[in-house]
Design a protein around this ligand. Structure first.
Ligand SMILES: Nc1nc2c(c(=O)[nH]1)N[C@H]1C(S)=C(S)[C@@H](COP(=O)(O)OP(=O)(O)OC[C@H]3O[C@@H](n4cnc5c(=O)[nH]c(N)nc54)[C@H](O)[C@@H]3O)O[C@H]1N2
Ligand SMILES: Nc1nc2c(c(=O)[nH]1)N[C@H]1C(S)=C(S)[C@@H](COP(=O)(O)OP(=O)(O)OC[C@H]3O[C@@H](n4cnc5c(=O)[nH]c(N)nc54)[C@H](O)[C@@H]3O)O[C@H]1N2
Ligand SMILES: [Mo]
Length: 766
């Protein structure tokens, strides 16, 4: 059967097939040779019992119009007709703006939402709030909080570096030594924000293996590289990569092999860094023996790797997890500095990169252009927060915080409005967030499913899924546009986020400004047509909208990308300077040094994390809370794929057999993972693929707080125990990977998982 339509998702493109009765099914896109199974489960999961079918309002909020906040997350909901929900919500928005001003609304609404250039939920929320005076926004991401703030000072934005990465073919051809910090995991490369297309990582790895590239996986887990790919594992403790990188630089320097010419012509501040490596000020040489004490890796192995670096074409790449940590700026900065020492930056297959494997598009090069983009308008409110400071904002209205060289104040938030993200997935120390969540007068959520985020809101409005509406799939980093034609009728009374905001905008008298007189179909066409000249400018000829809509996909794989900016910089740094203050790579940053932050000094430095294996009693283990293989964050946790990977309904926790034995833990047994912040129930999975002292528990199990035991999550959500400390005063980034825990066998009866149950519903006044 010839597929006539396609759908795009963060985890891939799928073809929609229909049987004789017209019932749809999904098949992988024929041109994707390594499709992700995640999306194949999206259709069956779409109309699951967890779906939100009607607008619902927390009973206490409805009765007392916001007076009682204590019942948030505990009280039942009352389902109401759309008109009533929109009347109540528009009235509440009016009240909050009139009484407290627009800066009392938090509309940061961080999160991945769904693929599709028009129906991006957060973009609609931002536009809707902008047309009536603005809102408090968030900056940066949970993905790359520390990295994205430090690298523009040092070399270039993370986005520019990602776009500049060599493709897998170039690596296979030129790279001889590939050192990957955090591995090259196929699990994370399944996805790409806005729409992965052809999945490339596993094929890329096979090419590297076939051409004899030496691959060294540095990190706490051997499992971060596909089994079957010949790779050497250099196990190190979590959060100690910076120490290793310093020792590698020291080793190269000690042999006199540092590229003096490159350092002189293309970087600033080498002398200070050299003095630090040699220990001139602190008396501590950052050599292999020193790093062995910190990382736990054998000194000989560190020395051997240092001796091999740069002798042949060497690429250093770091997963994004390294910077999602206390002092997370340092490993990204140290990686750049180490690459500068080797002097191969800008050569094909050499230098440094961020995250081959963290997203599918890293290692792909085709022409890039700004695709169809829904305009969010102008925000009249100045106040903002670095995205991961949400709990601090709720805790200290008016309190001050540092960020990238300046001091700011937290606003006083009365209303939180979320559309297209799940704070009760993504934030750290969820018990703390849950307590602070009771502060604002009103919490609004547009959601598709009754997850913890919806259950913690006052006004819950049911949103459609991307299978239930027309849209345009485009990521900006991959080589395709997809006509995402509606596959299913909306579940229950679900509405598009755009429709919901239209209803509110009409009530608030800003409909014309918000919708500009267009319906969704007219917006799709207009956004597409606006992108045509931008595509043309980079040599991509897009067909007319109607042709695109009919043919279903535009595939411009293989079009010519621009020359690498690092290559041009290498060839002529005066003609092609970087956008750093000096125009060069800043191994010493005068700007960062001038901020005077003790937790982010002027050159890459080893700074002890708040919680790590080098500074603790033997009982504690380091928890790595990584991205889940069977879903995207919390999305589709209710699918058969995700639930099928559970043990007795709990998320598996990978633990070294020796650590398990010492604690009397058997494979498959339920365990209590805990620290002073909270606890969760997980299922032990014994594997010597993690370093001793390290446990790994993927994120994404829907947060399931116990009603009886304070601070206990019953499902295996690591954010019940992670720490909400910022990476540093520079970035205030998410530091989820810095966390120590105790693990012990669960004793007594297991609490039943209730994450997938609906909240209680009552009749009005009941
Ligand atoms: N411990 C720990 N925590 C982490 C991380 C970690 O490494 N460790 N990683 C962090 C990272 S990198 C990230 S990016 C975050 C991810 O955090 P999020 O992006 O917030 O997580 P998602 O589960 O993708 O949340 C998307 C939500 O939007 C809803 N949704 C989807 N489409 C639509 C739509 O069209 N309309 C509406 N209204 N809703 C929609 C989904 O149902 C879902 O609840 O998590 C962070 N949290
Ligand atoms: N299937 C799937 N793919 C995804 C996502 C998803 O939810 N599901 N999320 C997407 C998103 S939003 C993002 S931001 C990217 C994130 O990409 P990353 O942040 O890079 O992904 P993680 O899985 O958190 O971490 C990758 C590996 O790093 C290792 N690691 C952890 N801490 C350290 C450390 O201190 N040092 C070293 N050397 N290694 C360490 C862990 O063993 C882990 O398996 O992934 C994307 N891809
Ligand atoms: Mo992310």
């Amino acid at each position: 059967m010839k597929p006539s339509t396609y759908t795009a998702s963060h985890w891939g493109i799928y073809e929609i097939q229909r049987d004789a009765q017209g019932v749809p099914s999904l098949a992988p896109w024929a041109r994707d040779t390594d499709p992700s199974p995640i999306g194949l489960h999206a259709l069956a999961a779409n109309n699951a019992p967890q779906r939100i079918l009607r607008p619902a309002i927390r009973a206490g909020w409805l009765d007392r119009q916001g007076a009682s906040r204590e019942g948030r997350g505990k009280e039942p909901f009352v389902e109401v007709p759309w008109d009533e929900a929109l009347d109540l919500l528009s009235g509440e928005l009016r009240r909050v703006i009139d009484t407290h001003g627009n800066a009392a609304i938090y509309g940061g609404s961080y999160g991945w939402g769904s693929a599709g250039r028009f129906h991006g939920a957060a973009a609609h929320l931002h536009r809707f709030l902008n047309v009536q005076g603005g809102y408090v926004r968030s900056v940066d991401s949970y993905s790359l909080g520390a990295g994205s703030v430090v690298t523009p000072h040092v070399v270039a934005s993370v986005d520019a570096v990602l776009a500049d990465s060599d493709d897998w073919e170039t690596l296979a051809q030129h790279t001889r030594l590939l050192v990957c910090f955090g591995g090259l995991p196929a699990k994370t490369a399944q996805t790409d924000f806005g729409g992965a297309g052809r999945h490339r990582l596993r094929d890329g790895l096979r090419r590297l293996a076939a051409s004899g590239v030496r691959i060294v996986n540095v990190g706490p887990s051997r499992e971060d590289i596909e089994p079957g790919i010949p790779a050497q594992w250099l196990p190190i403790r979590p959060n100690t990569d910076t120490a290793l990188m310093l020792a590698l630089a020291h080793g190269v320097l000690a042999e006199g092999r540092h590229d003096r010419a490159f350092l002189a012509s293309h970087s600033v501040g080498w002398e200070r860094f050299e003095a630090y490596l040699l220990g001139h000020a602190d008396g501590v040489a950052k050599d292999a023996a020193w790093a062995a004490g910190i990382t736990g890796a054998p000194r000989e192995q560190i020395a051997e790797l240092a001796g091999a670096l740069g002798r042949e074409r060497t690429l250093l790449t770091a997963m994004w997890s390294l910077q999602r940590a206390h002092h997370g700026e340092q490993p990204f900065w140290a990686l750049v500095a180490l690459a500068a020492v080797l002097g191969q930056i800008g050569l094909p297959g050499g230098g440094f990169a961020f995250g081959y494997g963290a997203a599918n598009s890293v290692g792909h090069r085709s022409a890039r252009f700004a695709g169809p983009t829904f305009p969010q308008g102008r925000n009249a409110v100045d106040a903002f927060i670095p995205v991961a400071r949400i709990a601090d904002m709720l805790a200290q209205p008016g309190g001050s915080f540092d960020y990238n060289g300046r001091t700011h104040r937290y606003p006083d938030i009365r209303l939180v409005y979320w559309a297209g993200g799940n704070p009760f997935h993504h934030h750290q120390d969820l018990n703390r967030l849950a307590a602070l969540w009771r502060g604002p007068e009103t919490v609004v959520a547009h959601e598709q499913f009754w997850n913890a985020h919806a259950k913690m809101a006052d006004i819950v409005l049911p949103a459609t899924t991307s299978l239930e509406r027309d849209d345009i799939g485009f990521s900006g980093r991959e080589a395709h546009l997809v006509a995402m034609r509606q596959v299913l009728a909306p579940a229950g009374e679900a509405r598009d986020d755009f429709e919901i905001f239209r209803g509110l905008a009409q009530r608030l008298g800003v409909l014309a400004e918000y919708a500009e007189g267009r319906d969704a179909g007219q917006w799709l066409r207009a956004l597409y047509e606006e992108a045509l000249p931008r595509a043309h400018a980079v040599g991509v000829e897009l067909p007319a909208f109607d042709v695109f809509w009919e043919q279903g996909i535009v595939d411009f794989e293989g079009t010519a990308p621009p020359r690498s900016f690092l290559q041009r910089f290498r060839e002529d740094p005066a003609a092609h300077p970087l956008k750093t203050p000096s125009g060069k790579i800043e191994i010493w940053s005068e700007a960062i040094a001038s901020f005077g932050y003790d937790d982010c000094p002027g050159h890459p430095s080893w700074l002890e994390p708040a919680e790590w294996l080098g500074a603790t009693d033997a009982q504690q283990l380091h928890l790595v809370s990584d991205q889940p293989a069977t879903k995207l964050h919390s999305q589709l946790d209710h699918s058969a794929l995700s639930r099928g990977a559970r043990v007795d309904e709990r998320e598996p926790l990978t633990i070294h057999p020796e650590d398990a034995r010492e604690r009397g833990i058997q494979d498959g047994q339920a365990v209590r993972v805990w620290n002073t912040r909270g606890a969760c129930v997980a299922a032990a999975r014994l594997s010597d693929g993690v370093l001793r002292g390290v446990v790994r528990l993927a994120t994404g199990a829907w947060f399931d707080p116990s009603a009886e035991v304070p601070g206990l999550d019953k499902h295996g959500n690591p954010n019940a125990v992670t720490s909400d400390l910022p990476a540093s005063r520079l970035s205030q980034g998410c530091a989820a990977q810095t966390c120590l825990v105790q693990v012990e066998p669960w004793s007594g009866p297991l609490p039943a998982v209730s994450a997938f149950e609906l909240p209680r519903f009552v009749a009005r006044g009941g």
